[in-house]
Each structure stands twice: as C-alpha cells, then as structure tokens.
Write a protein that binds this ligand. Structure first.
Ligand code: SIN
Length: 302
C-alpha cells in the first residue's frame, strides 16, 4: 500500500495528512505527545517579518461542533523561526511548509524570500485570515490583487507556492483559477469562516476582538463542497482544510478531489488524532484493496 503523493516539485509527502497552520504552534508541544515523523508534512504557525503579539484575550471560544478563534496571527517572526524553530522541526525528516503573510506586497515578498532556505519545502501564502485589520484576507478576496501577489511572490522564491484561500469574500472558484493562472503550485481550501459568539448574561461579545474564524466539524460539509467545486475547474493539487476529524473525512475529501488534507481543530481536542487518521487510512485501503492513495483522488462516482 502506498500512501505517498506528490504535491509539487520538492514537496513529496509520505502520506496525505498534515496539521493546519495555527493549531500547532511550532510543533514542540505535539512532539512531546507523538512522533512528528509520522506526518505527511508539518506547517508551523503563520509567520510575519517581525514578531506579533496577536489579539487580546479571550481569543478562542467553543462553538457547537467547532471553535471560533481570534488569535490575530501571533508569531515569533521569520528570523526567530529560522534560527530557533526550523532546526528543531528539520530533525523529524518530514517536509516543512511555512505559512506566511504580510501587511503589504513588499512584506509578503520579503517573507517569501527569507523563507527560501534549505529545510523549507514549500510556502503556504496566507491571504485568508479573518482576524486582522490589515494583511491576510484583504489580499485574498479580490482576484486581481491575489494574482498580482502570487506572481510577485513566485518571482522571488524557488519554493512551491500554496495559496490558502478564504471561504467567503469572493467567489472561491474564481480565486482558485486566478491563483493557478498566476503560477500557484497548489491551493489550500479553505481558511476559517468569519463568525461571532455573544454572552447572553453579560451582553458582551465572548471574544475580545468581537469576531473570529469558525473551524471544526461545523464547516466540514461546506469545505467539502468547495473542494469539489474547485476540483472540477482547477488542475493544480488541492489541500483540503475544514473540520477534518477522522479517516472517513479524509476519504470523503480525497473523493471530492483533494490530494491531501490539513487537520486543525480536532488536534486541539485529541492531539493523537493524526496517528489514528493515518492508521485508519491504511486499514481502509487494505479493506478496499486500494494500492495507492492517488487512486482515490477525484474518484467521486455519479
Ligand atoms: C489567527 O491567527 O487569527 C488565525 C490564523 C488564520 O486564520 O489564518
């Protein structure tokens, strides 16, 4: 049985299961619980040029079948990551995908260029964070802005570029097509949905930032539909993200056309879920006599 797959030049995965950026920090805490070398790829928290403190607390709240976060892209910055965290992550011999963002074209380009180093296999361009006033989503909801940005970033790096799309704000299929035309090597579909929680006793918003991004099983059926929509129009590989919690979810997303998946919220509830999902995939393939994981991708029957 072969679970390996190729997303782009230099990005060959042993299996299709990676973490989602933002629920994994830089991997250190998870590495105390399980061996990170089982992963298809590792994606640390989104990186900006300089360190950021993120939004004030409270910045995470449970929702029915999911959670709403408003972290505000807290991170240690590209240079500290390269110095302190990359050497640690490289030890697991798993492809590393650096998620990055900026508040201007220049910052995106500079981040991408500084992250173009040995040990980083691909760059995931975050143009979809709903929790910050500038940066993130403002670059991902207009297809002209998005394609200009992808083109400029591609010019400054030799690493494959994966564009992490926003689920709303623009037509996701149009955005996916624009990213592909501009040279994106793959797409992540999709980031969290803008959402809110209110405390009916205090009459106040639960999150200090008022609003956040909804993730978890609540959004899975919508993400599944987006993946299928995009797969019918776009040729580059799709990495699915949105409420994936079990090997069954992974199979469903692969059938819809995803080549790989990211697991986020579920790993906060059960950090060992990655192991269970990968083992579940193996058992499913054995039961159904499927030799290669690639034989499932896009094979939805009518
Ligand atoms: C955050 O840091 O606010 C979440 C990251 C994201 O949605 O991209």
């Amino acid at each position: 049985m072969d679970l390996s797959l190729n997303i782009a030049d230099g990005l060959m995965l042993n299996n299709p299961v990676m973490n989602a950026s933002g629920t994994f920090a830089y991997g250190r805490e998870f590495s105390e619980i399980f061996d990170l070398s089982i992963m298809g790829a590792l994606i640390p928290k989104a990186l900006s040029l300089g360190p950021r403190q993120g939004n004030p607390a409270p910045r995470i709240v449970e929702a029915p079948c999911g959670l709403i976060n408003s972290i505000g892209l807290e991170n240690i910055g590209v240079d500290a990551f390269l110095k302190r965290e990359l050497p640690f992550l490289k030890g697991f011999k798993v492809p590393i995908i650096a998620n990055f963002f900026g508040e201007s074209f220049e910052e995106y380009i500079e981040c991408a260029s500084r992250l173009t180093v040995d040990g980083i296999n691909a760059l995931e361009m975050n143009v979809s964070c709903p929790n910050v006033k500038s940066g993130g989503l403002e670059f991902g909801r207009d297809k002209k802005v998005l394609s200009d940005l992808v083109r400029m970033v591609k010019d400054k790096t030799t690493k494959p570029i994966i564009v992490k799309l926003p689920p709303i704000g623009g037509d996701i299929v149009e955005l996916a097509l624009a990213a592909q035309k501009a040279g994106a090597d793959a797409l992540t579909c999709a980031n969290t949905f803008p959402a809110m929680a209110i405390d009916e006793e205090t009459w106040k918003p639960t999150l200090a930032n008022y609003v956040g991004g909804l993730s978890g099983p609540a959004i899975k059926p919508i993400a599944l539909r987006f993946v299928w929509d995009i797969h019918t129009k776009v040729d580059i590989p799709i990495i699915a993200s949105g409420g994936i919690s079990s090997y069954r979810d992974v199979i469903q997303f692969l059938l819809a056309g995803a080549s790989a998946v990211q697991v986020g919220s579920m790993s906060l509830r059960d950090p060992l879920c990655f192991k269970e999902i990968i083992e579940g995939l193996r058992a499913y393939m054995a039961l159904h006599h499927i030799e290669s994981i690639n034989d499932i991708v896009g094979k939805l029957r009518s």
